[in-house]
Design a protein around this ligand. Structure first.
Ligand code: GLA
Length: 693
């Protein structure tokens, strides 16, 4: 059972996860102060808060740093009341503890506004889920900022931050750098989680490494705009506050309304970045994704092969080839509907293009099913081309601002799904499409950011920044409820919408439009900081790669993509018989290692600089995927030490039959037999040897 306790004499709450503790307490002014986040404690030290001066605030960090009084840091709650006043003063209004869920209620001393700080702990993870609700029983309140949570580090001699940056085709690049004595803002103002920054942040004291050291990390479960502000002051205090929405947005909380923020989850570990990632992966599987026990099917998607040139004959031919390779899910990408023969027209007209699919999608869906595969389809429900029947009928359904242009990106505009009519229409066509065509899988894309995000005629237009994302969630939730067999892939021009919010209603993420295996190693390394391999869509495509023109062997492409949920995205009509045979064999191998990759514990294995590798330990198996993109003469990779393997066991290599001692693999390492030349890779599948007697 989760362990949550209130200690009345100290007005203190103590939360225990299996190996960490978290403590907060009320001060004399009823502010909820942060006391501890770290190793497990029975009694947290309650230090007298630092004295203030005429220039500085007294007291320690707060759990949600509301604007008001002598507070000068980044505010996690900023409101303006109906009488024009701003700033809050709290009166403690009690708490509830219900299984693993603690709610601390705070009322404003004057205005009828209640803020509740929520904490949820589970007995199988060290992740603590936090969020905020604000209930207004008075006149309208303008909410300028309402964060999900503020987090505080214990004092350490130094601080370093790890975060994910990038762009289209280069998502999830891990950056690790000192925390400046400043306010550092991580944000998306795009209406989407974004390629540029991901709402995951890890802090350490500068000494943590992959397998050791204290790491505090947090992840916001939100798929729209967001902001996290990290503050390091000159005295060495570090706090950060984060939630949905970016600066400058204000929405109104009406009388009787409650605003609930998304979860901002936090995790402490003393086992380094590797242990932090494994704990996030396990949490994501146990508490976030809808069907963790399933293995993700090997999929085929023809986007890179055919672009917009999809039709029944071409897709049927590809499906036949894919089925022979052992593909389990066949996905038709963009170009199947309306006038969508390029990205200039048709988005929004979700009926099959009559020239391309004269009898609709049903014959293709039936053929794919007959071939023993699941049938998937690409959709982009939040978007519209101005050149479409939908836009001609409803030009007011898009995000737009009076007296301003409508900026097109990829020739498209964003539908305002905060509008109930637009959202209802969207759910209805998706529901019909899935029903009529027996669709098993949707690739849900969203290929542009918000601009001119207005809602003319609406009294509270900024609301759409929250309500659009909520509507996406609701439509997905309703679709899944109506079609329990339906699985969804989250995509936004690749990895522009990967977060724990979307993953609560999708099954995998299209990690990046960049399928070059060398680039992918870096992208996958960053992605794996937070997300498990099970949700990481990874395709094998053609060589030379369409984005980088780099030529790589098929085996290397496979070995990189096998580190996630494997897919094939090449033009199979151009693959030679030898390539098709090799691909079929590698898919078979993937199916054997898939339980370990998708359900095992991932260990990023640190090589000697010439290679990178991941090991997956699962039940009696240990799988190693190692990649060596290039190496100078005389620098063959040193043996790879398999952290994460059981030192007390012996393992048989399923390929060679050689038996290795776990202790030796851990201490001295595994000799990897890399083929000569660039883009070399190795897959080793070890199975524990049963000890007789
Ligand atoms: C986005 C996706 C691609 C593909 C195209 C189709 O870029 O990331 O995988 O689906 O849209 O237009």
């Amino acid at each position: 059972m989760p362990d949550l306790r209130y200690v009345p004499e100290q007005r203190l709450w103590l939360l225990h996860t299996p190996s960490t503790s978290y403590a907060v307490a009320l001060d004399d002014d009823d502010n909820v102060r942060h006391l501890h986040w770290g190793a497990r404690l029975t009694t947290p030290a309650i230090r007298e808060p630092a004295a203030g001066s005429s220039f500085d605030t007294a007291g320690g960090p707060r759990e949600l740093d509301a604007e008001g009084g002598a507070r000068f840091g980044p505010a996690g709650l900023q409101v303006r009341f109906a009488d024009g006043s701003r700033g809050v003063e709290w009166r403690y209004a009690g708490h509830d503890i219900d299984a693993g869920h603690l709610r601390i209620h705070l009322d404003d001393r004057h205005h009828p506004m209640r803020v509740t700080l929520h904490y949820r702990v589970h007995d199988d993870t060290d992740v603590i889920e936090r969020w905020t609700t604000v209930t207004n029983s008075g006149g309208p309140i303008a909410v300028q900022r309402c964060d999900s949570a503020s987090w505080t580090l214990p004092q350490r001699p130094g601080y370093r931050m790890s975060h994910l940056v990038g762009g289209w085709n280069s998502e999830f690049r891990l950056r690790r750098t000192d925390v400046p004595v400043a306010e550092t803002v991580f944000t998306s103002r795009r209406g989407m989680t974004s390629h540029q920054a991901n709402p995951w942040l890890a802090l350490d004291d500068g000494a943590a490494a992959e397998e050791h050291g204290e790491v505090w990390s947090t992840a916001l479960a939100w798929s729209g705009s967001w902001r996290i502000t990290l503050h390091r002051d000159p005295a060495g205090h570090v706090t950060w506050t984060g939630g949905p929405g970016h600066e400058g947005l204000t929405w109104t909380l009406g009388t009787g309304e409650t605003l609930e923020t998304p979860v901002y989850a936090g995790l402490y570990t003393d086992g380094g970045f590797g242990a932090a990632s494994r704990a996030w992966h396990a949490y994501t599987r146990r508490h976030v994704v809808p069907h963790p026990a399933e293995v993700r099917p090997v999929l085929y998607n023809s986007w890179e092969a055919t672009g917009f040139d999809v039709d029944e004959a071409g897709q049927t031919a590809l499906a036949a080839k894919a089925a022979r390779l052992g593909v389990e899910l066949f996905v038709v990408d963009d170009g199947w509907f309306g006038e969508r023969v390029s990205d200039h027209a048709g988005l929004g007209d979700w009926t099959p293009n009559p020239d391309r699919f004269p009898h609709g999608l049903r014959p293709l869906a039936d053929e794919v099913h007959r071939l023993g595969m699941l049938f998937g389809l690409w959709v982009e429900p939040e978007m519209v081309n101005p050149d479409s029947d939908l836009y001609r009928a409803h030009p007011d359904w898009v995000l737009h601002t009076a007296h301003r242009g409508r900026t097109e990106m990829r020739n498209q505009l964003v539908l305002n799904l905060a509008r109930p009519d637009t959202a209802a229409w969207t759910h209805a066509w998706l529901d019909r499409l899935v029903t009529d065509n027996d669709i098993d899988f949707l690739k849900w894309d969203a290929n542009r950011a918000f601009t001119e995000a207005g809602w003319p005629g609406h009294a509270d237009p900024d609301r759409l920044w929250l309500d659009h994302t909520r509507a996406v969630y609701q439509i997905m939730d309703r679709l899944r409820a109506g079609h329990p067999g339906l699985r969804i892939e989250a995509c936004s021009g690749g990895g522009g919408r990967a977060d724990l919010g979307i993953l609560a209603r999708t099954d995998q993420v299209w990690t990046s439009d960049n399928t070059d295996p060398v680039d992918r190693i870096g992208i996958q390394h960053g992605f794996s900081q937070l997300f498990p391999a099970q949700v990481m869509g990874a395709w094998v495509t053609d060589s030379p790669n369409v984005a980088t023109a780099r030529r790589t062997p098929l085996r290397f492409r496979f070995h990189v993509a096998m580190a996630g949920a494997l897919g094939i995205g090449g033009d199979l009509t151009t693959w030679s018989e030898d390539e098709l045979k090799e691909a079929a064999e590698l898919i078979e191998v993937y199916k054997r290692i898939r339980p370990a990759v998708q359900h095992g514990a991932a260990h990023r294995l640190t090589g000697d600089g010439t290679l990178s590798a991941v090991g997956y330990s699962y039940e009696d198996q240990f799988v190693v995927l190692a990649w060596c993109p290039s190496r100078p003469f005389g620098h063959d990779p040193a043996p790879l030490r398999l952290t994460g393997i059981d030192p007390a066991a012996e393992y048989r290599d399923t390929d060679t039959g050689v038996v290795h001692s776990g202790a030796v693999l851990r201490q001295s390492g595994l000799d990897l037999d890399f083929p000569q030349g660039d883009h070399a890779s190795v897959l080793v599948h070890l199975v524990r040897v049963d000890r007789k007697g």
